[in-house]
Ligand binder design. Structure first.
Ligand code: HEM
Ligand code: SF4
Ligand code: SF4
Length: 688
């Protein structure tokens, strides 16, 4: 089942990736830099955020006005910064979602990769509150909605004794202190944690790709800039707790969960969020299990050169002091739980050379499931049937390439785990021993190697820029590198192979063929247009769900009533004056004149409209000793029009009737928000 889902997901990715390869070339294809692109968008968010912070007022009165000033008066800079801030935040969500899906579909989240996967989950729990608190600070109508629903969610947690939502129900309840706290969380607290968590996220990866290529950065920045000018981010009218707007432009990227609160209680929404996070966290260990056979070190043949340490993309090898008394200072040691069996270290080992006699072909490091000796046998066997003067051997990597389709009288195929598993000496061996007339190394697309660095290291080794490099005597005209995904891009892979075969008898330089552009054709000239179109579509994708579909908190023709107050029930037992005799029995420091048991009665509340009961609850006192206030916050929707509102409350534990009641005839306007509170001084209910 997992395999089917992953295959379908791979196909869903491969098609757009292929189109984008045409527009960008696969080195600059944004879909191959999703993690790094997310970080770049976060940079834009950070820098634009600094500008906004300079002008932002952390007060109820000043917040909205200061953002309006930036948007309208200072549109050419502050407005653009605000738009960049918003749209880059949304773009980051788009790239994060794609990043998660890609790692999952391409099975890059299990075995040793569990660490990056699991540490991605806290990143999600930071990035969403970061966006949500940002919307809160603007203090427009959307901010009020965000404040109320976020508070309802937080109120469901056993953290606060009072209801947080009550702070946003009326102008009087709002406080500047709250804005200061929110600004601190959004501007300082969460970003610091986020940076630290991203560092942990890539901690176990060698040479993580933190920055996308410069051209990708320029494309991303330009797309956000153009979007900011074409469709500037605006506020949605100043927050007014007394009114519920007809509809809101909800940012579905950050707030998709919030409308669920209209249908489900907060506890259910929490269960959904926590359940989803737990599911992601345990995903790497869910069946079917994946077998990994870590590489083995043969100390007899390890000279301690450290190349395997340099090349392992997952930090699975370390050098340790020599343990076998040989003259070398160090030896390689593999951490089996970090090894992914990619074989890249085998390709880097100078002792892994097929020129050795068979008995001695045991390199310093080797894959138990596909040893260097086995690969040598596979080459001999696969090329046995080749005929003609343009015989080709294609080395491919398992999983991505379905190269078997190309096998014919002139073509042999040998599949490896990763292309960088092949030591460069094999190319020399194949050509010098006349197994074939040409060699193609066909690995995953650039920057998208299943094992991260395989394509890069292969290229550098074959270009003689990295040890172990291709020997000088090898005729590079007989070698081609083909970074391609033939299972979805068969025609261009076939064309690239045919083009290379044609050149075998003519002078030919070592060449890099990219997936969809084997031959330089007019496709290259069209690339800038394709790239511009792709970035345009990306920008549109980053904005579309921030404005559409609009969301209505209320059904048409309705209004809201919020029931909200805190009130302490009377003590269950009255205070009792202690007699002198009783006082004498107590230690001197505990002699209080009266004994007051702390426990309080629950507060019973009933609310009805036109005789119909909408709320009827007994609210337990807060606190461990049940001696705190009881709190009610309840939001209900009513049709606009005239209603008879009634509320009763008892705090004495009486069985029948109420200690306090309130009743009024109220005419609700459509979209009106009425708050029902208890005035503790007057001991009456207020409807406002
Ligand atoms: C703020 C959000 C995130 C950022 C900025 C981010 C960034 C990155 C970066 C830069 C890499 C290294 C890529 C490379 O060099 O090959 C990476 C790897 C990875 N990320 Fe994320 N990531 C984020 C969220 C997530 C989430 C939510 C998940 C999954 C739940 C995730 C899963 C992974 C995995 C599994 C890898 C390892 C890939 C490998 O070993 O080849 N990431 N991420
Ligand atoms: S590359 Fe080979 S020889 Fe060099 S340290 Fe690693 S295992 Fe030993
Ligand atoms: S097989 Fe791959 S992951 Fe394992 S040690 Fe070698 S390079 Fe590292």
């Amino acid at each position: 089942m997992l395999k089917i889902i992953q295959k379908a997901g791979q196909l869903a990715f491969e098609l757009p990736q292929r189109w984008l390869d045409r527009a960008f070339g696969n080195t600059l294809n944004p879909l191959r830099h999703l993690g790094a692109l997310t970080i770049f968008f976060l940079w834009i968010v950070l820098i634009s955020g600094i500008w906004i912070t300079i002008f932002f007022h952390t007060s109820v009165v000043g917040a909205f006005e200061s953002v309006e000033y930036l948007t309208i008066e200072q549109w050419y800079l502050g407005g653009v910064m605000r738009s960049l801030h918003r749209y880059a935040s949304d773009a980051a969500i788009v790239t994060i979602v794609l990043h998660i899906l890609k790692e999952f579909f391409f099975d890059r989240y299990r075995t040793a990769r569990w660490f990056s996967w699991v540490t991605g989950v806290p990143l999600l729990w930071m990035i969403f509150p970061l966006g949500i608190t940002g919307y809160w600070l603007v203090w427009d109508q959307l901010a009020l909605y965000v404040a109320l629903i976020s508070s309802e969610l937080l109120d469901a947690l056993p953290i606060f004794t009072d209801s947080m939502a009550r702070n946003f129900l009326s102008e009087e309840a709002l406080s500047d202190r709250f804005f200061t706290l929110m600004a601190f969380t959004h501007i300082i607290g969460l970003p610091i944690f986020l940076v630290f968590s991203i560092w942990i996220h890539v901690f176990r990866i060698t040479r993580p790709k933190i920055n996308p290529p410069r051209k990708v950065m320029i494309g991303a920045l330009l797309s956000m800039l153009v979007l900011s000018f074409v469709y500037p981010a605006l506020s949605q009218g100043k927050a007014n707790p007394a009114l519920v707007p007809d509809s809101l432009a909800l940012d579905w990227y950050y707030l998709a969960v919030y409308p669920l609160l209209n249908y489900w209680p907060p506890a259910t929404v929490w269960a959904l969020l926590i359940g989803f996070s737990v599911l992601i966290c345990i995903a790497p260990w869910l069946p079917p299990p994946r077998k990994i056979s870590p590489v083995r070190i043969d100390l007899e043949n390890c000279n301690g050169c450290e190349r395997c340490v340099e090349d392992c993309p997952f930090g699975a090898i370390e050098m340790a002091p020599r343990s076998d008394g040989k003259k070398y200072a160090k030896e390689a040691v593999v951490s089996e739980n970090l090894c992914l069996s990619c074989g890249i270290c085998v390709g880097s080992c100078p002792t892994a050379t097929p020129f050795r006699t068979r008995s001695a072909l045991s390199p310093g490091i080797d894959l138990p499931d596909q040893t260097v000796a086995t690969v040598r046998d596979m080459v001999a066997e696969a090329t046995g049937h080749l005929e003609g003067s343009r015989r080709l051997i294609i080395f491919g990597c398992v999983g991505k390439n379905k190269l078997e389709k190309f096998i014919d009288a002139e073509t042999a195929v040998v599949n490896l785990t990763c292309m960088a598993q092949l030591p460069p000496s094999f190319v020399d061996w194949v050509l010098s021993r006349d197994f074939a007339d040409g060699v193609i190394l066909s690995g995953c697309a650039h920057n998208d190697c299943q094992y991260r660095l395989g394509a890069k290291w292969t290229e550098q080794r074959m270009h003689r820029e990295r040890d172990p490099h291709l020997r000088k005597r090898v005729d590079v005209e007989k070698l081609a590198l083909l970074w391609t995904e033939p299972w979805c891009d068969f025609p261009s892979t076939a064309a690239a192979i045919a083009a290379f075969r044609e050149t075998l008898s003519a002078p030919y330089k070592i060449s890099d063929h990219e997936t969809s552009t084997p031959v330089k054709t007019r496709k290259h000239r069209l690339r800038p247009f394709g790239a511009a179109l792709a970035w345009g579509l990306f920008a549109a994708a980053s904005v579309v769900f921030t404005i559409w579909p609009r969301f209505s908190q209320l059904a048409e023709g309705n209004a809201i009533i919020s029931l909200t107050f805190s009130h302490a029930g009377q003590r269950v037992e009255e205070c009792r004056i202690l007699s002198q005799e009783e006082l004498n029995k107590l230690p001197p420091n505990m002699r209080m004149p009266s004994d007051c048991p702390r426990e309080r009665h629950p507060v019973d509340v009933l609310f009805s409209t036109d005789g119909q009961v909408l709320f009827d609850k007994s609210l337990a006192p807060s606190g461990f000793w049940k001696d705190g206030e009881s709190t009610v916050y309840y939001r209900m929707e009513l049709p606009a029009g005239s209603h008879e509102l009634y509320i009763g409350m008892s705090d004495s534990g009486r069985e029948d009737g109420f200690d306090y009641t309130g009743q009024t005839e109220f005419t609700l306007a459509e979209g009106q928000h009425v708050v029902v509170e208890f005035d503790h001084l007057q001991k009456t209910f207020i409807f406002r």
